[in-house]
Design a protein around this ligand. Structure first.
Ligand SMILES: [Ca+2]
Ligand SMILES: [Ca+2]
Ligand SMILES: [Ca+2]
Length: 784
């Protein structure tokens, strides 16, 4: 059948799928979405009518195409005149360019001017798959005399034949258009036709964390159930990888988090509590995980202890609600391995299961005597709606861990925490043990007013890690539900850690999710932090939820390699792993678009930086990085040109002048619109150095070796030198400009291997103290 026959009300249409694209509440053009290249040839009619024809899907269709200088952009557009049917418009053949089952976005600019035509008119971008199969892909209502936008998103049905796909612009079908030609057959112009394959992207392009805020800890991905582990002066936070479930469609919104597909653990770390380094994801469970017998990895917990003379790291994880597993690592960042080969806590673990409680949410604690404990469990609704079951579900447990930390000892003991639900965690302060947990949302019975409110973090205090954890040990609430503070409720999961003598509290809240959607939450949780303070009697002062987070506890040292995945605040960036999935991670910034930016908080440049460098992989010519201080809209201090071969790692840099003291640093990426600009591995700043030189010679002095070190001041100001050798240290104060000094070190050895001595030079230049350290090699020598 075809549509010119009056008995048929138009051609057969497949599902009309026209979606307005919403991102952060703003209407976005398809080009703002993740998209591949434009599949339309000569999309802006800058090559005249090349690749375009008149639609002749029906024998009665027909029109005249001509070029016009009245363009929406560029210098040309197409003009359609003498239209015979509503389908008469410019058409382009897409054979070989589109595939069944794929999703595309489409857009076009249209203008009509006939004063006899209606004030507004709907237009369509339509696909003719061949035969009588037509689908409207995009639409828009255009005002007479003005360029209007047609747009839409569509998925070609899986079974659709796409051997002769043709896309064209038309007006809505009507049986007898000639009856009102100014309404249905008006001339119109078309420009800038864009048809992209939609590529799903999890990059969060909105501003999820305002400069100055400490919460959420990261804004380029989500992360729940944070468990803090302090090692070597850094805090590592292990997170349920909610980002794995974040899958925004062409309309910019993701389906709600169901948690079922989460089988990796996200790790971030910081030594200052504001600049957080992204260490990527640990492949824990599922077909690509280390523990293939587990299907999920939720709610991690980490501890370390020396086993067989070597410090080992233990990553516990929940395999959904059914069980708890453990991986072993060589460092807080892995690599990780499955040493046990099976789940650690199951229904067979003595004392663990009462047949209805969950065996998840591990909390690990090692006491001062080296004994390890695992806290786990939750849920426990028996369906009775009873007061007893609601307030005392007795669903969580504690069990001793073996010395290997991957086995258990004895039977699990029951914990009876009021209104207990999940997230058991223990820390020790002084000689007291604190068991914190998340209270439930009600199991039907009345809630004991002497216990915690629903969905809060509460705690017990005991004198022993095994408790016994009974209701009379209940000590109060640490943190009310996040909904109280952020307008975004839901579950919670906490941990407590100590760094530099202070205690801190981690929790999660759906704050980033809210900023993406403009208000709604879909179960995507973000890590937060707060300082934890105690009353004189040892009870905990209630924590308030804020965007402030914790104060930065030390300045950032710029004179070392700073991984670019270390971020205070950013917009539009994503990270990707450069190393293999289970190697110690190194990540890079990617999905870097024009205008995306990152920052480092409270960087101490000391007496001054002379340069900034970055290890980058250029992806688009014409890219640069602007360096600003303290304000991301402030004046540009330096611009780093991103030169070098496309797709190859290289180092780029720029000079800095007069950057001293403590500043926030903003790094803004600039380049062609709509292109992936570069990837960034790391940043590095350089400080001024002194022009000094040193030599070291070995000679025989009788039977022993004598090591003589010369230092030369090539500066125009006096320099202090310190020479450090294995055979002693020598200082030269106030060495005048151009002068050389030396010192012989008696090694008292008849033979010396080749080595290096260290020369440190210090001077005051332009009122600033500048220090330079140089290694000076010497040769081996044997005397007799
Ligand atoms: Ca044009
Ligand atoms: Ca981006
Ligand atoms: Ca890196």
């Amino acid at each position: 059948m075809d549509r010119q026959r009056p008995q048929r009300p138009g051609r057969r249409r497949t599902a009309v799928l026209v979606t307005v694209l919403l991102v952060g509440g703003l209407v976005a053009t398809p080009s703002a979405m993740a998209a591949g290249p434009n599949l339309i040839t000569n999309p802006g009619f800058e090559d005249g009518l090349s690749a375009w024809a008149v639609n002749t899907g029906n024998p009665t269709d027909g029109a005249t195409l001509s070029t016009t200088g009245d363009a929406y952009s560029g210098s040309g557009a197409v003009q359609v005149t003498n239209r015979k049917t509503t389908g008469s418009g410019p058409v382009q053949d897409l054979a070989g360019k589109v595939l069944a089952g794929k999703t595309y976005t489409v857009a076009a600019r249209v203008k009509y001017e006939n004063p006899e035509s209606p004030a507004t008119k709907q237009f369509f971008v339509t696909m003719h798959y061949g035969g009588s199969t037509y689908t409207n892909l995009g639409t828009g209502t255009v005002s007479r005399g003005q360029w209007g936008l047609l747009q839409g998103t569509f998925t070609i049905p899986a079974g659709q034949a796409v051997t002769t796909p043709r896309v064209f612009v038309e007006t809505p079908w009507t049986a007898d258009p000639a009856a009102a030609p100014a309404t249905h057959l008006m001339d119109f112009k078309v420009d800038d036709v864009v048809l992209n394959e939609f590529t799903p992207s999890t990059t969060i392009e909105v501003l999820g964390k305002n400069p100055g805020e400490g919460n959420p800890l990261i804004s380029h991905k989500f992360g729940a159930d944070g468990n803090a582990f302090v090692h070597g002066g850094r805090v590592y936070v292990y997170l349920t990888n909610d980002t794995q479930m974040y899958n925004p469609g062409p309309d910019g919104t993701s389906p709600t988090n169901t948690y079922g597909g989460i089988n990796t653990i996200t790790v971030i770390s910081s030594d200052d509590l504001v600049n957080w380094t992204d260490h990527g994801e640990i492949p824990v469970a599922g077909p690509n995980g280390l523990a293939k017998y587990a299907s999920q990895s939720w709610a991690p917990a980490v501890e370390s202890r020396v086993v067989d003379g070597k410090e080992q790291f233990f990553l516990y994880f929940a395999n959904n609600g059914a069980a708890t597993g453990v991986l072993v690592g060589d460092s807080p960042l892995g690599p990780w391995r499955d040493e046990r080969g099976s789940l650690l806590i199951t229904g067979q673990t003595p004392g663990a299961s009462d047949g209805r409680n969950w065996l998840f949410d591990p909390g690990v604690f090692i006491d001062d005597d080296g004994q390890g404990y695992l806290y786990f469990g939750g849920g426990g609704n028996d369906g009775s709606n009873s007061y007893e079951n609601t307030n005392h579900p007795k669903s969580t447990r504690v069990i001793k861990l073996g010395d290997d930390m991957i086995s258990t000892e004895g039977a699990a003991e029951t914990i009876d925490a009021p209104l207990m639900f999940e997230a058991g965690h223990v820390f020790k302060r002084g000689d007291k043990y604190y068991y914190s947990y998340s209270s439930n949302f009600g199991f039907g019975g009345p809630i004991d007013p002497n216990g915690p409110p629903t969905g809060a973090i509460a705690y017990l205090v005991a004198d022993n890690p095994m408790g016994p954890w009974t209701p009379e040990k209940y000590a109060g609430v640490i943190f009310k539900n996040p909904g109280v503070y952020f307008g975004a409720g839901g579950n919670n999961h906490q941990s407590v850690f100590e760094l530099n003598g202070e205690h801190y509290f981690t929790y999660h809240a759906q704050t980033l999710n809210r900023r993406i959607t403009g208000g709604a939450t879909q179960g995507f949780r973000s890590p937060h932090i707060a300082k934890l303070e105690f009353n004189p009697d040892g009870t905990i002062k209630e924590v308030l939820g804020t965007f402030d987070g914790a104060e930065q506890i030390r300045h950032l040292d710029p004179y070392r390699v700073i991984e670019a995945e270390t971020i205070a605040w950013q917009q539009g960036l994503a990270t990707k792993r450069l190393t293999a999935p289970n190697d110690v991670p190194n990540l890079a910034l990617h999905d870097v678009d024009d205008g995306d930016w990152t920052s480092l908080s409270s960087v101490d440049f000391g007496t001054g930086a002379t340069g900034v460098a970055a290890r980058v992989k250029p992806l688009t010519a014409g890219t640069s990085v602007q360096v600003r201080l303290d304000d991301r809209a402030g004046p540009v201090l330096a611009t780093i040109p991103v030169a070098g071969p496309t797709g190859e790692w290289t180092e780029v840099g720029a000079e800095l002048d007069g950057v001293s003291g403590v500043h926030d640093v903003y790094l803004t990426f600039v380049g062609p619109d709509g292109r992936d600009l570069l990837e960034v591995d790391s940043w590095r700043f350089t400080k001024p150095s002194l022009k000094v030189a040193g030599t070291a010679d070995t000679r025989c002095a009788g039977p022993n070796v004598k090591l003589t070190v010369h230092v030369t001041n090539n500066e125009s100001v006096p320099v202090d030198f310190v020479v450090e050798t294995p055979y002693g240290t020598k200082s030269f104060d106030d060495v005048k400009a151009g002068k050389t000094r030396f010192h012989p070190f008696m090694t008292r050895q008849s033979s010396v291997t080749a080595g290096t001595v260290t020369v440190t030079a210090t001077a005051t230049v332009d009122g600033h103290e500048v220090s330079t350290r140089i290694p000076v090699p010497h040769e081996a020598r044997t005397c007799r």
